[in-house]
Write a protein that binds this ligand. Structure first.
Ligand code: HSE
Length: 305
């Protein structure tokens, strides 16, 4: 096989209480990535979208992933990649992870699957390092594996897939850009013990809620007393969206990844559509353009199409 096309899902990292350790994959939006194997050790990048992302391999998320894979090979191969992004960079819906994970999975396929899933995740994390300054796998793991992922540790890598009920996800993306690196820099480096206790209660509650299909427990556990109070100031309308969506029947939700997107989980499509209408009303009133997705959890991860 010389050429492959993959579909790379958007992801919601953190899932409110699980900063850097929880994430889920979405059925919408997703990117398309085409990869071709070359017999020269070079990386050629084309963008088939209007985001003007860098095409120098060292400055491109997919590029650094492919370079890191080439370093591990004992034969002189290269890659030509065409990226068609539908997940807007800086949206908080795992745009960089989709490119990084897509490149890693596609390259592994083209090479005849020499690498394990953990190794593919490791390669893809090089893209996150370029994008946000830090390796984290809470977008990469669900993007590659699908479903809900717990990243118990990245040194050594320890990823656990968590079963979940068929939830609906409403994601609103107010059209402002928040760079993950900036959204990380503003965080406090110390937490109070009382906040840590509350947060780990929520993480355990959320994971248990997913595993037991306990919607009320999921809803109660979607609470973040550490990151959200700091980051939410970057997102216009955040408090209103959260309050009104919950009053309208959402189980709960919060900042998607590092923002500015905000997501809400719902039991069924009807509730998710009501949440969509609430979000539309709020951002129309504030006067900020937005995109909204009403979607479900993607169970497949990066997929060959
Ligand atoms: N866990 C990361 C963060 C996700 O919140 O900074 C970035 O998409």
């Amino acid at each position: 096989m010389k050429q492959i096309i993959v579909k790379c899902p958007g992801t919601v990292a953190n899932l409110v209480c699980g900063f850097d350790i929880l994430g889920l994959a979405l059925n919408e939006p997703s990117d398309i990535l085409e990869l071709q194997l070359l017999d020269k050790p070079e990386v050629i990048i084309h963008n088939r979208d209007h985001y003007n992302l860098p095409t120098e391999p060292e400055r491109n998320v997919a590029g650094v992933v492919l370079l890191s894979i080439m370093e591990k090979l004992d034969k002189p191969v290269g890659f030509e990649v065409t990226i068609e992004k539908h997940i807007k960079p800086g949206s908080g819906i795992g745009s960089s992870a989709a490119s990084a994970a897509g490149a890693a999975v596609a390259a592994n396929h083209l090479l005849g699957n020499p690498f394990t899933t953990d190794e593919v995740v490791q390669f893809a994390m090089n893209g996150e390092k370029l994008a946000s300054g830090v390796k984290h796998a809470d977008n990469i793991a669900p993007c590659i594996l699908g479903g809900v992922s717990l990243i118990r540790s990245i040194h050594p890598l320890d990823i656990v897939s968590i079963p979940s009920p068929d939830l609906f996800v409403t994601v609103v993306h107010p059209q402002i850009e928040v760079r993950t690196s900036d959204a990380r820099q503003i965080l406090k480096q110390q937490v109070l013990l009382k906040d840590a206790i509350r947060q780990w209660g929520n993480i355990a509650g959320l994971v248990t809620g997913f595993m037991k299909n306990d919607y009320d427990l999921i809803g109660r556990s979607l609470e973040d007393v550490i990151i959200e109070p700091v980051r939410s100031i970057l997102i216009p309308g955040f408090d209103e969206v959260k309050k009104q969506c919950k009053e309208a029947g959402a189980l709960g939700g919060g900042i998607s990844g590092s923002g500015p997107s905000v997501f809400m989980l719902s039991r069924n499509e009807e509730d998710a559509r009501i949440v969509e209408a609430v979000m539309k009303g709020i951002y129309t009133k504030i006067g900020i353009d937005f995109n909204i997705y009403v979607t479900t959890i993607n169970k497949k991860g990066v997929e060959v199409v």
